[in-house]
Design a protein around this ligand. Structure first.
Ligand code: HEC
Length: 114
């Protein structure tokens, strides 16, 4: 009897872990993306603006107008750079570029309100 209770508890524990884990991993990703952004991008893009070329900011309207409103397009731009924005392929890992690009897209969709 005691053993049964124990095994039910263990099962519940693992079930809970499976339910909680994916969401916390997701939150962790957003946090990492935002950290990378603060360190590498916010100097020129504070709050999604662009201090060098105002029209090329990271708000959804500008991203759409300049055709960088997909994850792939942002990853591409960050990896290889463009005009006055330098390439990040040697400064960030592919994972980091992916995370920071996801963060930019999420913030754009959220109007940079966080
Ligand atoms: C030295 C300043 C600088 C830094 C640092 C910088 N950028 Fe940029 N960024 C620019 C400039 C300038 C442009 C406009 C490029 C062009 O002429 O199209 C730009 C354009 C962009 C665009 C396209 C915006 C649009 O509306 O066309 C994205 C997305 C972007 N940057 C993301 C990032 C990310 C992510 C980082 C950090 C990894 C970053 N930038 C770091 C200067 C910078």
């Amino acid at each position: 009897m005691k053993f049964k209770v124990f095994s039910i508890l263990v099962t519940l524990f693992f079930l809970l872990l499976f339910i909680i884990y994916p969401t916390s991993a997701l939150a962790e990703n957003v946090k990492d993306g935002s950290k990378i952004f603060t360190v590498h991008c916010a100097g020129c893009h504070p709050n999604g603006n662009n201090i060098i070329r105002r029209g090329k900011n990271l708000k959804l309207r500008a991203l759409k107008r300049n055709k960088v409103d997909t994850l792939d397009a942002i990853i591409n731009l960050v990896t290889y750079g463009k005009n006055n924005m330098s390439a990040y392929e040697e400064r960030l890992t592919q994972d980091e570029i992916q995370l920071v690009s996801q963060y930019v897209l999420e913030q754009a969709n959220n109007d940079w309100k966080n």
